[in-house]
Design a protein around this ligand. Structure first.
Ligand code: NAD
Length: 363
């Protein structure tokens, strides 16, 4: 018999409901491993508000190198705690990992798994199935800027929009390669090059060059204001949307509402071929933390994204199937209209996989 296929996962639950939903995702992954005869070796890290308040640690200096050396992927919960109003630990840990691991793709699938969950009238599962690929390391979030005459009536605030040739090209190329890999036909690039002529003029020039290499894929450009309108008017026209850091932040939150809300939305912070970090889109939700009512499905679908990235598509599909089954059968937390707790949803998913195996667990 050959060696059991195995991957090493760093688990960072973080704060608030991150500490409640992440264990449920791990529970489901463990059930998948038993059903698949594979192994995931989990190592937990306590980085978050409690640790920061205890000893001042945010992201240990050697953490990025250690994660790159010792792990295949990171499963992340959420950061944010009312006891740390500056959010310093969250910025150091999450933004630190995104930048230091150079996780330049923020992938946010927006997939409607049950038509009852979309606020759009007469839209079904067939209409809402796209992905937003957001540039994740530059743009307006690069932290370049400053204040002049701060606190005076003459104050000046500058936040630079940083766009590099390399950064723009690699995210646009990733979008086309993603479409190719998934057999998708349409890539839409969105910017605001009519107003941000320098920064997004670069996006336009790179886009014009790269799209020529992928002639078999229908490529289209929309200004971001038009993109927002079109996503609501007719989301079925999109397969892959690629855009800058800030517009991707906004477009993906809109997409998550169209496809069932924050409780269901997964994401990946990816550098192809390197250790990448997977997290639900939602934050630490202090308003419901500690009550065992947070929806764990976003974290569970995040775990599925991670498995797909690690090259386990069958296992990832099985998780997608069992989550669909839970939603259809009403085995959900109150935010989706159910009456189950965080832990009992996780138990239900894991039991279903244990009983039915990978192929039979879905809806
Ligand atoms: N990636 C991250 O770690 C991340 C992302 C967003 C916000 N945050 C942080 O989280 C904290 C709270 O931010 P917020 O309230 O703006 O956003 P949030 O996503 O934590 O919560 C927004 C609303 O959605 C609800 N919600 C979120 N996830 C849910 C789930 N799984 N199940 C049921 N309901 C859910 C919350 O109860 C709340 O009403 C802040 O400190 C913020 O900085 C962190």
């Amino acid at each position: 018999m050959g060696a059991v296929e195995s991957k090493r996962i760093a688990v960072i639950p973080g704060d608030g409901i991150g500490m409640e939903v992440t264990p449920e995702a791990v529970k489901v992954l463990e059930a998948v491993c038993v059903a698949a005869g594979k192994k995931l070796a989990f190592t937990h890290f306590d980085w978050g508000a409690d640790r920061f308040l205890r000893d001042g640690t945010t992201l240990p200096p050697d953490a990025p190198q250690m994660l790159q050396r010792d792990f295949d992927a990171v499963l992340f919960g959420a950061m944010g705690d009312p006891r740390v109003p500056s959010n310093q630990h969250a910025a150091d840990i999450l933004l630190g990992l995104r930048f230091k691991l150079d996780l330049y793709v923020n992938a946010r699938p927006c997939v409607l798994i049950d038509k009852r969950l979309t606020p759009l009238r007469d839209r079904t599962e067939r209409d809402i199935n796209f992905i937003v690929l957001r540039e994740n390391t530059e743009g307006a979030y690069a932290g370049v800027g400053g204040n002049f005459k701060r606190g005076t009536p003459d104050e000046v605030a500058v936040q630079e929009d940083v766009n590099t040739r390399k950064g723009v090209e690699r995210i646009i190329r990733y979008a086309f390669e993603y479409a190719q890999r998934k057999g998708l036909k349409r890539v839409c690039m969105s910017d605001k090059s009519n107003a941000m002529t320098f920064a997004h003029g670069l996006w336009q020039r790179v886009w014009a060059e790269v799209r020529k290499e992928f002639a078999e894929i229908e490529s289209r450009h929309l200004y971001v204001d038009t993109l927002m309108m079109e996503m609501v008017r007719d989301p079925s026209q999109f397969d892959v949307i690629v855009t800058c850091n800030m517009f991707g932040d906004i477009a993906s939150d809109l997409g998550s509402q169209l496809s069932g809300g924050l409780g269901l939305a997964p994401s990946g912070n990816i550098h192809p071929g390197k250790v990448s970090l997977f997290e639900p889109v939602h934050g630490s939700a202090p308003n419901i933390a500690g009550k065992n009512i947070a929806n764990p499905l976003g974290s569970v679908l995040t775990a599925a994204m991670m498995l797909e990235y690690l090259g386990w598509p069958r296992e990832a599909d099985a998780i997608g199937g069992v989550v669909r089954a839970a939603v259809r059968e009403g085995k959900t937390t109150p935010d989706l209209g159910g009456s189950m707790s965080t832990r009992s949803v996780g138990d239900w998913l894991a039991d279903r996989i244990a009983k039915h195996g990978l192929a039979g667990a879905g809806a």
